[in-house]
Design a protein around this ligand. Sequence first.
Ligand code: 3PG
Length: 307
Amino acid sequence: MTKILIATEKPFSVVAVEGIKQATDAAGYELVKLEKYTDKQQLLEAVADADALIVRSDKVDAEVFDAARNLKIVVRAGAGYDNVDLDAATAHGVVVMNTPGQNANSVAELVFGLLVFGVRNFFNGTSGTELMGKKLGILAFGNVGRNVARVAKGFGMEVYAYDAFCPAEVIEEAGVTPVAGRDELFRLCDVVSLHIPATPETRKSIGYELVGLMKKGGILVNTARKEVIDEEGLLRLMEERSDLKYLTDIRPEADEKFREKVADRYFATPKKMGAQTAEANINAGIAAARQIIAFLKEGCTKFQVNK
Ligand code: 3PG
């Protein structure tokens, strides 16, 4: 029997797993779960006879592909697939897909959860500020960026965006003002929200110089990837400029140093939780199951990312 493995160190909601199971049952496949695993060995064992694999931010590297002798497809239930070794997948003849857009609203809502918390001084009882009328800069105008723009308008914010790969007209059509580059975005906006993927080009690309362009009281929100931050540079800047805040749902490597040195202007959620809602889990999890079924039954490779 065709075996679909869900391997999630950070599990989906129960209702999402039920939905995935309904889809895989109807297709005549066996669904196996490996949740909250703590050791890579558990994943290597579980994947040994799996035909398909659904993951979230779980690391799927060459060792996993070596161990997965029957594997034909991996779907990252979510947007960013930097956790999957695409070259190793291709070398093993395995198709890799993501589920773009499925968890975008969830991440966008968290951006505003973090922001309200930030501008109200972490709910410490002191007088804060409002978001209405402030300038929001969106760095990368993909699915999450677009949802952030939509919600920002509800708050009455002025919305700007820069995306190296998205034409200015597309940004404009969404009712957002495009700017010419990253520097301009940081210089212009009161808040900058990051939505860039982690790639060799973006790694450590947000640090001292760029964030240093922000005006007094600037807030940087990161619900993208911790790897895009030059943590040393950002920390140095925040020590020099006591007006800046950093809010994130991806705890930096230097979390302790941030807490020690800029505690009152830094907040990181204990776990990455942008996409941690029942709705996002249902959307992304069931999309992943459907994509696997369409691939195994009909050879559909829409959403393949390792072409
Ligand atoms: C994504 O890339 O889809 C988000 O970062 C969500 O990641 P998660 O599934 O690990 O919460």
